[in-house]
Design a protein around this ligand. Structure first.
Ligand code: SF4
Length: 679
């Protein structure tokens, strides 16, 4: 047996035998080994692990949907480690956020736990977003006495930067974003030609994760950065961002499309161009040609963005505003593109002339930014924008251009490579049907497995679908829905999360509820920072949290969340990425409402419902204040509710909302506090 095979926790005779032996080992781990350490046997977990192992061994694209509490992380980790050792290449685990990367691969994380319990000695390394590292060039610039005196917070970061070995943000968790961005890598930095590469912390971090034996735990963004640039980097004799890998497993797989689009796209940021131009205009003794193109660009930049915002639709539920493409906008984009090209030429001249008024690094950063913006506008102008999805980003004040054929790109760069790819999540299917997700990714014939949560929903959840709430007339519906909400909150004695679709709903509910004089503390999403509000909601048991941004990613076990109110069903906004899917559906002869809007709504509703039950001890009610039964979307909405939960239609049936006895409540509050201390 070769050295590589000896690292596997089981033996096998040949390639044909690997799959069967892997399945056998997975079964042993879940049925024999882990129960010895106090882990319960969960059939949903074992089933997911078996299905996933089989799909990976067959080189399939697999959708693994596993409800809350099934333990899908251990289920995929076993196969990932074994398959990496079998193939002699690490497996990629791509997470949706840095926090999830830490939870998995950080100290005391799931991988460390599994490694210890099974004696596997797993070599797992994190590939974090480069923005999580300091850039020495930026740090050195800030030490330059010509720069303004740094603030107190920045001074302490600069002091730490001189001493740190890793240079990672997680070592300075309390540094605010505005300070961190002054020292962190950003896409304007030209690492390829940087003279500090030899001792740069970011470069060292890359070298470190590159040699991982078993697992590389990255985020979705880095994965797609690598995927979209891999061919180009290899053609230029550069190392790809990630080493060759044996398989990729996406944790929170339902979230891949946005990072895939953003990393494939290019954008023009109005403020970045403005600040570049103003620093060029202040250069002492600058050449006339440079100054005159800076002035011309200033005009072209403001005209283009003025037209862009005039052409953008307003939908407060998304920051990505759909843009109406017109001849005027295309012309303004072309004028800006040509001005950028001239500026690029002048910046190159400037570098060759070695003018000291702008540092070499600054010139390089400007050049990189100009190249990116030019590329974005060039793509937009080609074929009158028909090959792209474009939007104006309200928050960032930028213009985004993303290739329309994302599914084609995924096919070419990922699925066609015949690598096993797993998308794991609690919400991929709508009522067990994976076709919407498969269509958006462009995956042909994926394998799939779906298991519900291991919670006992028929005992833990009631669904309240009120009758006699009017549909179709918001003026008539609003006061009635508000009255019903007030009754529900009274019945539950607060302890509720109210999910809305837009910040304006929150404002209207806030003003409408005043007349009901409810004696609970209301935590409105616009009243404080999100993390603070969620903490307060967990601690103040009778409080009510209201917002449009809590559909996923918040964990409130225990009594504090006993009532989940869906103010209105979460139909998707006028987001350009969704618009593109609607258009594709039409091209395929499908009804866009049924093929896109209903499944999107169902997936978001499922995520929202997932906030209610977080432990075996939790119980509560989901109330949907928009009509569901008898509506065209009934099937999509009902398919998103916890399986087995009983549906009631009047408030008398909501016994489950009544607070428990004081001793039971005390015990549960303590249990929730114990869980919260680990969150
Ligand atoms: S290699 Fe990149 S991140 Fe590192 S110091 Fe140079 S520019 Fe900054």
């Amino acid at each position: 047996m070769c050295a590589l095979r000896s690292q596997l926790p089981f033996t096998y005779q040949g390639k044909h035998d690997f799959s069967a032996k892997l399945t056998e080992w997975v079964g042993q781990v879940f049925y024999d080994v882990l129960p010895g350490y106090g882990y319960e046997i969960r059939e949903e977990q074992v089933y997911t692990a078996f299905q996933l192992a089989e799909a990976v061994c067959k080189g399939k694209v697999h959708f693994a949907e596993a409800g809350l509490g099934t333990g899908k992380t251990f289920a995929y980790l076993l196969t990932a480690v074994a398959y990496a050792r079998f193939k002699g290449r690490p497996a990629i685990i791509a997470c949706a956020s840095t926090a999830l990367q830490e939870q998995l691969a950080g100290p005391k994380g799931d991988i460390e736990k599994l490694s210890r319990l099974l004696g596997l000695d797993i070599d797992a390394r994190m590939a974090k977003d480069p923005r999580q590292y300091i850039c020495d060039v930026k740090v050195n610039q800030l030490h330059n006495p010509l720069f303004a005196q740094p603030s107190k917070a920045l001074t302490s970061v600069l002091h730490w930067a001189g001493e740190t070995g890793r240079g990672e943000r997680s070592e300075m968790p309390n540094v605010p974003d505005r300070v961190w961005t002054q020292v962190a890598w950003d896409e304007a930095m030209s690492c390829e030609t940087c003279s500090s590469r030899g001792f740069c912390r970011l470069v060292k971090a890359r070298q470190h994760y590159r040699s991982a034996v078993d697992l590389i735990v990255c985020d979705h963004g880095i994965f797609f950065d690598d995927l979209w640039t891999r061919d180009e980097r290899e053609a230029d004799d550069k190392l790809p961002l990630l080493p060759n890998y044996s398989t990729v497993i996406f944790d929170e797989g339902h979230k891949v499309l946005l990072p895939a689009a953003l990393r494939a796209g290019r954008h023009v940021v109005q403020e970045d161009i403005d600040s570049m131009l103003s620093s060029i205009e202040q250069v002492q003794g600058a050449r006339t040609s440079l100054i005159s193109i800076a002035y011309a660009m200033d005009k072209a930049n403001s005209r283009f963005f003025k037209l862009l915002y005039r052409s953008a639709s307003e939908d407060e539920r998304t920051d990505r505003l759909t843009v109406q493409i017109s001849d005027e906008l295309l012309k303004a984009a072309d004028i800006l593109r040509r001005a950028l090209l001239t500026l690029h030429f002048e910046l190159q001249n400037e570098q060759e002339l070695h003018i000291e008024s702008l540092s070499h690094t600054r010139l390089q950063a400007y050049e990189a930014m100009v190249e990116r913006a030019t590329l974005a506008l060039e793509r937009f102008g080609r074929n009158r924008g028909k090959d792209t999805i474009v939007w104006a980003d309200r928050e960032e004040k930028s213009f985004w251009v993303v290739p329309r054929d994302l599914s084609g790109m995924l096919n070419k760069h990922l699925f066609a490579r015949k690598l096993p790819v797993v998308f794991s999540s609690a919400t991929i299917s709508t009522g067990g049907d994976f076709s919407y997700f498969a269509r958006t990714l462009g995956v042909q014939e994926p394998s799939s497995s779906s298991v519900g949560s291991s919670f006992d929903f028929d005992k833990q959840v009631l669904v309240y679908l009120p009758q006699r709430l009017p549909n179709g007339d918001p003026q008539n519906w609003f006061p009635k829905a508000l009255k019903r909400l007030a009754s529900l909150l009274r019945l539950a004695k607060g302890r509720a999360l109210v999910l809305t679709n837009a910040p304006s709903d929150v404002r209207r509910i806030r003003s409408g509820l005043k007349e009901y004089r409810l004696p609970y503390e209301f935590l409105w999403e616009d009243s404080a920072e999100r993390g603070y509000l969620v903490r307060k909601f967990r601690e103040e048991v009778s409080s009510v949290l209201v917002g449009s941004g809590f559909w996923e990613g918040i964990d409130v076990p225990g009594e504090a969340l006993s009532l989940l109110v869906i103010w209105q069903l979460p139909f998707p906004p006028q987001d350009p990425l969704i618009e593109a899917r609607r258009r594709e559906a039409v091209e395929q002869g499908l009804d866009p409402v049924i093929a896109v809007d209903y499944p999107e709504m169902g997936l978001k509703l499922k995520q929202g419902c997932g906030r209610l039950i977080r432990t075996q001890d939790d119980r509560g009610t989901i109330a949907i204040l928009e009509p569901v039964l008898g509506m065209p979307w009934q099937q999509a909405a009902m398919g998103a509710l916890p399986v087995g939960a009983k549906v009631v239609h009047n408030l008398d049936g909501l016994d489950i909302l009544k607070p428990r006895s004081s001793s039971e409540q005390k015990r549960l509050v303590q249990a929730a506090a114990n869980i919260n201390s680990h969150l």
